[in-house]
Design a protein around this ligand. Structure first.
Ligand code: PGA
Length: 254
C-alpha cells in the first residue's frame, strides 16, 4: 500500500476553455508540488491533455478520465492506452459512474483496466452503489461490481491498481451529504474483505482504496484520517483551485 495520500482531481467535462484549463492546471500543480506527503493526480478532459503532456513532476501527475481497451482496431472517437502513456499520463480513471450511466458495463471496465495496467499506468477503477437499502443488498451489488470490474487483472499488477469507492448518492453533493468517515471506514474494510476472499490476504493489501463523492475542504481531512482510505477522488471542488489546494494541504497534514 502507498505511503503518501493520493488525491485525484477529476475535472469531468470542465473547464470550458483551454485558457481556464491552463490556469487551473498551473495553480493546482504549484499547490501539489509543495507537498511532501501527497501525490496529486490531475485528470483534465482529453481535449486538453496534449497541452499538459509530460507536465507532471515527482509529486504531481497527469491522469485521464477514460480510455479505450485496446491499442489497435477501428475505434472512432476513442483514445488508446498507448496514446495516453505517450503524453506522460500515469493514472487512468475507468468505470466512473458517469461513464457507467452511458452504458459502460463491468466487463468493459475490466478490459479497460487490464489495458491500462499492461501499458504500465495505474488504473483507478470506480465502483459505487446508486442507493442504500436498509436490508443491505447494496453490499452484494458492490461485491459483484468489484469482482466483475477486476476480472482478468493479474495479481502482479495489483500494486498499480486503485479502487475508488464512490457512492452515487453522494456525487456532486456538498460535504454534509457525503459518506461519514465512519461509513467510509466500513466500506474500506468491506472492499478489503471482498478482495481478500477473491485474491487472498497478501494480494488484497496491495491496491489503494480511495473515497469519492462530495469531498470538500470540510470533510477531506476527517475522511483521510479515520476513513481507512489511502486517498480521495475529487470532482467539483477540483475546479476551484483555492479550495482544492486546501484539500491537498489537509491531506498533507494527516
Ligand atoms: P464530486 O464528484 O466530488 O463532485 O462529488 C466526484 C466524482 O464524481 O468523481
Amino acid at each position: 500500500m502507498r505511503r503518501k495520500k493520493l488525491i485525484v482531481a477529476n475535472w469531468k467535462m470542465h473547464p470550458g476553455s483551454m485558457a481556464e484549463a491552463r490556469s487551473l492546471f498551473g495553480k493546482t500543480k504549484r499547490a501539489g508540488s509543495r507537498l511532501e506527503k501527497v501525490e496529486t493526480v490531475i485528470c483534465p478532459p482529453f481535449a486538453y491533455l496534449g497541452a499538459f503532456a509530460h507536465g507532471g513532476t515527482s509529486r504531481v501527475f497527469l491522469g485521464a478520465q477514460d480510455v479505450f481497451y485496446s491499442n489497435s482496431g477501428r475505434a472512432t472517437g476513442e483514445v488508446s492506452p498507448e496514446m495516453l502513456r505517450d503524453l506522460g499520463v500515469t493514472h487512468v480513471i475507468v468505470g466512473h459512474s458517469e461513464r457507467r450511466a452511458l452504458g459502460e458495463t463491468n466487463e468493459l471496465v475490466a478490459r479497460k483496466a487490464v489495458a491500462v495496467l499492461a501499458e504500465g499506468m495505474q488504473a483507478i477503477v470506480c465502483i459505487g452503489e446508486k442507493e442504500r437499502d436498509e436490508g443491505g443488498a447494496f453490499y452484494e451489488t458492490l461485491k459483484v461490481q468489484l469482482k466483475e470490474s477486476l476480472q482478468g487483472i493479474a495479481r502482479r499488477f495489483f500494486i498499480d491498481l486503485i479502487i475508488a469507492y464512490e457512492p452515487l448518492w453522494a456525487i456532486g453533493k456538498s460535504a454534509k451529504e457525503a459518506s461519514t468517515p465512519k461509513d467510509v471506514q466500513e466500506m474500506s474494510i468491506f472492499i478489503r474483505k471482498v478482495l481478500t476472499d477473491l485474491y487472498g490476504k497478501e494480494a488484497a493489501q496491495q491496491p489503494s482504496v480511495l473515497y469519492g463523492g462530495a469531498v470538500e475542504e470540510e470533510n477531506a481531512g476527517a475522511i483521510l484520517s479515520s476513513g481507512g482510505v489511502q486517498g480521495l477522488l475529487v470532482g467539483h471542488k477540483s475546479l476551484d483551485a483555492e479550495a482544492f489546494a486546501r484539500i491537498l494541504k489537509s491531506a498533507n497534514a494527516v
